[in-house]
Design a protein around this ligand. Structure first.
Ligand SMILES: [Zn+2]
Length: 176
């Protein structure tokens, strides 16, 4: 479901767009997840404003949120991670303008606008940036590491009645 907007018209008219994107359709993002289940809910607002020198600026603000399933670094199970995006971008007409602006203003995020601006690419880029570099459960359900796994197996065996004992009791019951 490719979502393209005319970024010039979008900001000139002060438009908004919103949607709900299945994570599975954001292929680059989905490839980083343990399971691509769920949706990214998003809203994009565009407007124009004047900077201190009275130059017109095009601005786009992206709000998005999702809960993604990432792989736990300890037990390899799935951890549900909520991600929330709230970023504003200055839109520029070309790469040269972007380079000039990047140099003059460090803390401004710059995007090159186009008449076929891909909202999907923006959603994908920003949600990938919003992923934590590594995740782990606060408390893993599964045993951690080989040593712990062996220990918990021993415990489980001690709690469980021996299959031979169970068989023996069955035999006793069936004996007349
Ligand atoms: Zn875990």
């Amino acid at each position: 479901m490719p979502t393209k907007i005319d970024a010039f018209e979008f900001t000139r008219a002060g438009r908004s767009a919103e949607g709900c994107e299945p994570l599975a359709s954001l292929v680059r993002l989905a490839s980083l997840l343990a399971e691509p289940a769920g949706e990214l809910v998003w809203r994009l607002d565009g407007w124009r404003q004047r900077d201190a020198s009275n130059n017109e600026q095009m601005v786009a603000r992206l709000l998005a949120s999702a809960t993604v399933g990432m792989r736990c670094g300890r037990c390899l199970g799935v951890v549900a991670i909520p991600i929330a995006i709230d970023r504003a971008f200055l839109l520029v007409r070309d790469e040269a303008e972007a380079a000039a602006l990047d140099e003059s203003e460090d803390d401004v995020d710059v995007l090159v606008a186009s008449r076929q601006f891909s909202v999907d690419d923006l959603l994908e880029d920003e949600s990938i940036l919003a992923l934590p570099p590594a995740v782990a459960h606060a408390q893993c359900q599964r045993p951690v590491g080989a040593g712990a796994a062996a220990a918990s197996e021993t415990e489980a065996e001690e709690e469980r009645p021996s299959p031979f004992a169970a068989l023996a009791s069955l035999k006793r019951k069936s004996t007349p």
